[in-house]
Design a binder for this molecule. Structure first.
Ligand SMILES: [Zn+2]
Length: 578
C-alpha cells in the first residue's frame, strides 16, 4: 500500500514550457511523481479576434516529441487559442504520448487513483456554443459516479465552486477565495464526494479546512478543497501542489472516514439562509437562494443559449425541470406513497430538501430500496407499513426470503422502533410459517457502493433434523472460518439493546437459530470477515451446501414468478398484512 505521488497545477494559460520546467525541477527535488494533473484553462486566452482554431505552438512541440514531457500529464481546460488544433493533434498522436486530454467529463483510473474531471467554465466559448453539451457533460459525470467502483480520490475542475468558503472560521480564507464560483461545480462536488477537489481559475492559493460529506450509509469521509493560482501569475500565488495519497480503494474504512481537527460541515449543503451572499453574483438569477440541486449547465450568464436560441432565463427554467436519477426515484416513491401496492397502502415519506439521500431515504442504485427503478418488485411477497418480504433472487431453497425495511437503513440497529417492531413481526410470522424450523441471519458491513448496506434478514426453512443440530452446525462452520460467535441473551424482541451492547456501532454478523437463540460476531476493524459466511451456514443447514454460491442459483423470470406465487400462498395464513 504505497502512496501515489501526484503534482497538480492551476491554469497553465498556455505557459506550457514554464509549467514543465517547474514540474521537472520539483520532480527532481521531491519526486519521482507518478503524474501531473492540470486544472483550469490549459491554453492561452484567445484574443478578441481569435478563436480556438488558431494554432498555439508551445504545446505542439511536446505533442510532436520535439520537447520532452517531464511526467505523464493529464489536462482539462480545452479552450483558448489553439485548443481545437492541439486536441486534434493529440488524438492523432502516438498513443504513448505523455500528454493526454482527459475529455469533457468522467472518471478515469490513473496510476491507481480514481480521478473525476469536468472541463469548461461558465464563460468559455465552448459552452456558449453548445449549451446542451454542457448539460450532457454534467449528466455524464453524475452517471459515472453512480457506476464507479469505490470513492473518487481527486476531482479536478476548471472553476472554483460557489460558496466554498462558507462555514470556515471568519478571516481564515483569502479575500478573493469566496467571491464568484460555479454552482454547477459545487453541486457536482456533493455528488462526486472526492477526497480532494482541486481547481484553477483564480490567482489565489487556498487550501480549505476539510469538510465532511453526507453519510450515505457507508460512513462519511472528508473532502479537502485546494484552489491553485495560474502558472506564472503576477500575484505569485502558489500554482503547483504535491499530493502523496494511498488510493481510497486500498484504505480501510476507519482510515478513510477519519475526521481531522477543524473539519467543517459541507459548505454546499448549508441551509441557504446561513450562506453569505456572494459579492458580485447576479442578483437577478437568485444565485444565493437557489437550492443546490442540479443547477443550470455552465453557459454564459448574460447571453442566449446558442444551442436552443432561448434566452438564458428560459433555458434555466427548462434545465431545472430535468431531474436527476435520484430525484426521479424520489418522485417515483412519492407516486407510490398512499397508493395501493399488493393490496396494501404504501407509506413512503420522501424528504424533498437537499439533493442527496441521507440514511432512510432512497439511495440511487440500491437494489433493495423499493422506490428505486431497479428494485425487483415482482419478487415481493408481502409489504407492510415499513418493511417488506421479498424472495431471494439467488435462493438457497425455494422459500428463501429476505425481510427488509422499505427505506434505506444500514442495519437493524439503525431502524426506528416501529420499523424494528414490524421486522420482528415478520420474522415471527415466518417462524410460524416454517413451524419454527427457521434459520435467519443479518450481516451488517459498511460497504461503500450504492450508499452502503441496506439492512436485510436472510430467512429460510430448514429440516427438523437440521433444526435440532443447528447450533453445533453453525458453531462448527464458525470455527472453520475463524468467525468467533458469542451467544446473545434474551429473546430477540428484547434483544436489540443486547445486540447494541455487543457490537456498538461496528459491523457485525448475527444468526437467529431455530430455537430462537442468537449468535453474534462483532467484526472488528481490520477483520477480514468472509463475505459469504451467512450463505454458507444457511446452505449447509438447508442440506444444499452447493447452493452457497449465489451465482449458481440464478433462475429465469418464469421460475421466479412461480416461486413467488408459491411462497405467497404458503405465507398467506401467517402474513401480518393479511
Ligand atoms: Zn436501499
Amino acid at each position: 500500500m504505497s502512496p501515489k505521488k501526484v503534482l497538480l497545477s492551476g491554469s497553465a494559460d498556455g505557459k506550457i514550457s514554464a509549467l514543465f520546467k517547474r514540474v521537472s525541477a520539483v520532480n527532481k527535488s521531491n519526486g519521482p511523481f507518478d503524474m501531473l494533473l492540470c486544472t483550469g484553462r490549459f491554453f492561452p486566452e484567445a484574443g478578441p479576434s481569435e478563436d480556438d482554431s488558431e494554432k498555439d505552438t508551445e504545446i505542439l512541440d511536446y505533442v510532436s516529441g520535439a520537447k520532452e514531457v517531464p511526467l505523464p500529464t493529464y489536462f482539462i481546460g480545452s479552450f483558448g487559442r489553439g485548443a481545437a488544433h492541439a486536441i486534434e493533434s493529440l488524438s492523432s498522436a502516438d498513443i504513448s504520448a505523455a500528454v493526454h486530454y482527459l475529455g469533457r467529463s468522467g472518471i478515469r483510473q490513473l496510476h491507481g487513483l480514481n480521478v473525476a474531471y469536468l472541463d469548461g467554465t461558465h464563460n468559455a466559448q465552448a459552452f456558449q456554443d453548445d449549451c446542451c453539451h454542457a448539460q450532457g457533460d454534467v449528466r455524464a459525470l453524475e452517471q459515472a459516479v453512480d457506476k464507479a467502483e469505490g470513492d473518487v480520490d481527486i476531482f479536478i475542475t476548471c472553476e472554483w465552486p460557489a460558496d466554498v468558503t462558507a462555514a470556515v472560521p471568519p478571516g481564515s480564507a483569502p479575500a478573493d477565495a469566496g467571491s464568484t464560483g460555479s454552482e454547477v461545480v459545487a453541486s457536482l462536488a456533493t455528488k462526486v464526494r472526492p477526497r480532494y477537489h482541486v481547481c484553477g481559475g483564480k490567482d489565489v492559493f487556498y487550501a480549505r479546512p476539510p469538510y465532511l460529506n453526507k453519510d450515505l450509509g457507508a460512513g462519511a469521509h472528508v473532502t479537502r478543497f485546494i484552489g491553485l493560482g495560474s502558472v506564472g501569475n503576477a500575484a505569485k500565488a502558489k500554482s503547483l501542489h504535491a499530493l502523496a495519497l494511498v488510493p481510497a480503494a486500498e484504505m480501510d474504512v476507519a482510515t478513510l472516514t477519519q475526521r481531522p481537527e477543524g473539519t467543517t460541515p459541507c459548505p454546499y449543503e448549508l441551509p441557504s439562509t446561513s450562506k453569505r451572499p456572494l459579492p458580485g453574483a447576479d442578483e437577478d438569477l437568485g444565485e444565493q437562494v437557489r437550492p443546490l440541486g442540479l443547477a443550470h449547465p455552465p453557459c454564459a450568464i448574460n447571453d442566449t443559449c446558442k444551442a436552443t436560441g432561448e434566452t438564458l432565463e428560459a433555458c434555466h427554467a427548462r434545465s431545472s425541470s430535468n431531474t436527476t436519477p435520484w430525484e426521479q426515484a424520489a418522485e417515483r416513491a412519492c407516486q407510490l406513497h398512499g397508493s395501493e401496492f399488493m393490496g396494501r397502502e404504501l407509506t413512503i415519506d420522501v424528504s424533498t430538501s437537499g439533493a442527496r439521500a441521507p440514511s432512510g431515504k432512497p439511495v440511487e442504485g440500491c437494489w433493495f430500496c423499493l422506490s428505486n427503478p431497479n428494485a425487483d418488485v415482482n419478487l415481493v411477497a408481502s409489504i407492510g407499513e415499513e418493511c417488506y418480504v421479498v424472495l431471494d433472487k439467488g435462493p438457497i431453497v425455494d422459500s428463501h426470503v429476505l425481510v427488509l425495511p422499505v427505506e434505506h437503513y444500514p442495519s437493524q440497529l439503525s431502524l426506528s422502533a416501529s420499523s424494528f417492531a414490524e421486522m420482528e413481526r415478520y420474522l415471527s410470522a415466518l417462524q410460524s410459517c416454517f413451524a419454527s424450523q427457521l434459520f435467519a441471519f443479518e450481516r451488517y458491513m459498511t460497504f461503500r457502493k450504492s450508499g452502503g448496506n441496506h439492512c436485510q434478514f436472510n430467512v429460510l426453512p430448514v429440516s427438523a433434523k437440521a433444526a435440532a443440530g443447528a447450533r453445533s452446525t453453525v458453531e462448527q462452520l464458525a470455527r472453520d472460518h475463524g468467525v468467533p460467535l458469542q451467544p446473545l441473551d434474551g429473546p430477540s424482541k428484547a434483544g436489540r439493546e443486547v445486540l447494541r451492547q455487543a457490537v456498538g456501532d461496528g459491523e457485525y454478523f448475527v444468526a437467529l437459530l431455530p430455537d430462537g437463540s442468537r449468535l453474534v460476531h462483532a467484526i472488528t476493524r481490520g477483520d477480514k470477515h468472509p463475505l459469504n459466511f451467512g450463505r454458507e451456514v444457511a446452505a449447509s443447514l438447508a442440506g444444499a451446501p452447493d447452493r452457497a454460491d449465489w451465482k449458481k442459483c440464478a433462475s429465469s423470470p418464469a421460475e421466479e414468478a412461480d416461486r413467488t406465487a408459491k411462497f405467497k400462498k404458503l405465507f398467506k395464513p401467517y402474513d401480518i398484512m393479511q
